[in-house]
Every structure is written in structure tokens, then in C-alpha cells.
Design a protein around this ligand. Sequence first.
Ligand code: PLP
Length: 395
Amino acid sequence: MELALYGGQPVRQDFLSYGQQWITEEDVQAVVETLQSPYLTQGPKIDQFEQAIAEYAGTKYAVAFINGTAALHGACYAAGIDDGDEVITTPMTFAASANCVLYMGGKPVFADIDKQTYNIDPINIEKLITSKTKAIIAVDYTGQPADLDGIKALCKKHHLVFIEDGAHSIGASYKGEKVGSQADMTMFSFHPVKHITTGEGGIIVTNSEEYAKKLRLFRSHGITKDTLKGDEGPWSYEMVDLGMNYRMTDIQASLGCSQLKRLDSFVKRRREIANQYTVAFHNIPNVVVPFQEAAGESSWHLYMLRLRLDSLSVDRKTIFEALRAENIGVHVHYIPVHTLAYYRNLGYKKGICPNAELYYEEAITLPLFPKMTEEDVQSVIKAVQKVIGYFSKER
Ligand SMILES: *Cc1c(COP(=O)(O)O)cnc(C)c1O
């Protein structure tokens, strides 16, 4: 069959995006109810959403934010990251995982990934720990939990705060327990491509009352009504630190509460689709399917296909363009953070994380979201087989 890239018929007629939310009539009603209520923000829906997420993740506290990036900023504040402090993180992530350190005046230090899981490798982390290291931000890349026990042990040994970027991993499990209770603070994002959405939104789950208090303070200007000093009268409030306005609205939280009811079914469907991909692709010698560590059960935010470029007659860009021409909305997650212009200008050099840099050259993200139909899934499989088969040197 001629490739659509060269004028042939595409595998499908309409474009299939790589990720998409799933909003039902019930979700719409939940939002409408809030719009008709007395509170659009700082009302009861936030508490309800926070309690529901804490319960789901198995933590004592949850603090909601306007988006996941703000939540990570809050976590770095609560961890006490300050000028010159070093925080070790992975380059194979969205820029926000490292930017939050810069917001606090800290210095992100990039530890290379494991060659199989593509998650940050504790062995590489330990080599980078100095007297200035204050925290580790691990990312559960694609929804597969990082080596949480390994990282926890490092944090204990070196007195570091463990922040987990779980933007991909709500609903995933680690050693039989839901992701969220293992690190000191774990962030979940509710951007529309993530597992459940609030439009924009994020949250930190934690078992620490101290962190929860700091997160709430930071989210709302650093202002508290629990005034110990400066008691001006019944109206009294005090600003005790410089915070932000990072509050989630009740409109967002009501959508989140409604979506959360379907999270488990969403994750189940993501796992089914990922399994179909793996069954279809694991025998193709030109690609590597995602390796899954036994300790974790992924929530499958992303399905990454790794190309064996030496067995293909073209580069990743041509394969990518050929799949796009077949109307398959492939993507690439991620350009290693330390190689982005802003980081290059800060002095970060290519070559510091060879595993991540090589993996990036060979990675393609396939569409994966619960609303995909069986035909959608089959069209992705067919297009990958068509394009990879066409460019295989063995052909
Ligand atoms: C989406 C994402 C974020 C940021 O979340 P937002 O809610 O979009 O701000 C951070 N880290 C990772 C790994 C993400 O995928």
C-alpha cells in the first residue's frame, strides 16, 4: 500500500489526536450546578475535591492548585527550596518539573534515565548529591511509577525532600498501593490530556500536616487568618510570607469531582489499549515496546514506541511525518529539558544525560486516551505496521 506521505490513501480519513478529555452530560451538569450556586471560588467544592483525591491516593491531605505547574511551585516552596539549593530531577519530562525549582531560585540538576524504564535512575541521582542538594523531583514518566523505594531510601540517607511529579500517574499503583502516599509530596495534573480534567488544575497529596499548611499558605498570598501576632480585631488577617494566588475555582473542582468517579474506568481502558498496542508491536523487530517494571502498575498516560533506527531506512522525523500523513496524531514526549534554549542559556550542555538524549532521538508517542474507539485503536496499529513495514531495511 502506498504511504499517504507519498500520495496514497491514508489509513483513516479524520485526524486522531494523541490525547483528549472525555466530558459527559453528568460532568456538564456538575459544572452548571456550581455556576448556579453562591460560590464560584473558595466554596465547598474545593474541600470536596481535595478530600476525594486524598482518599483515592491514600493520603491524609490534598491541596488543590490552579494547575499542576503551580502545584509543583507550591511543593518547592513547602520543601523550603531557596537560592542556590540544588534539586535533582529527570530531563525526560515536561519543562515544568524543573522550572518549579528555578521559580524558587534553586538549581535543577539533571540525572540520567534508566535505559529500560526511561525513568530517573537512583544510581545516577546519588552520584549528583552534594551538600547543596535539598530535594529530588522524580517523574512517573508515561504513568509508570519511578523507583519510588530506591529514591525514598536516598532521601532518607541524605535528608532530602522527595517530591513526585505524578502528572502521568494518577491511578497507577506501586507495590500494590495507589501512587500518592510514597513520596513526601506528590503532584497530579488535571490538564485535559491527563487522566481526569478540571480544564486546568493540579493538586499536591501528602501525609504531612506541615507541608499541607505551607501549601495552603502559599496558594493564597501567604495570608493566614490564624493570626498569632498583629491581631487587629475580628477582621484580622496576617501576611506571614510572600505567596501567590494559585487557588483552584469551585467550577474546576466540581468538574474534577464528577470526573474522578470515572477515573478507574479511564485507567482500565488505557491499560486495555496499551496492551493491544504491545501485542501488535512486540514482534516487529524495528521497534521496542515499553518495558514494564514488576513493582509498578502503570496508569498509561503515554504509549511510547522506540524506533530501532539502524533497522530503518529513514530517521524518526520521516516516520513521524508518515504517521501524521496517515492521520495518526503522533507526538514526541519529550525534548530533554536541559537541551531547551532557556536551559542551554543557563549553561546546561548536551551530553550530560546520554540515555535521555539517545532515547529522545528514537521515541514516538502514539495516540492513547479512554475515549478512543476500537476502530481508532486498529487504525493506529494498521498505520504503524504500514509505515514501519515500508521503511524497514528487511523489506
Ligand atoms: C502536564 C505536566 C505537568 C504540568 O501540569 P499542568 O497542569 O499542565 O501545569 C508537569 N509535569 C509533567 C510531567 C506533566 O506531564
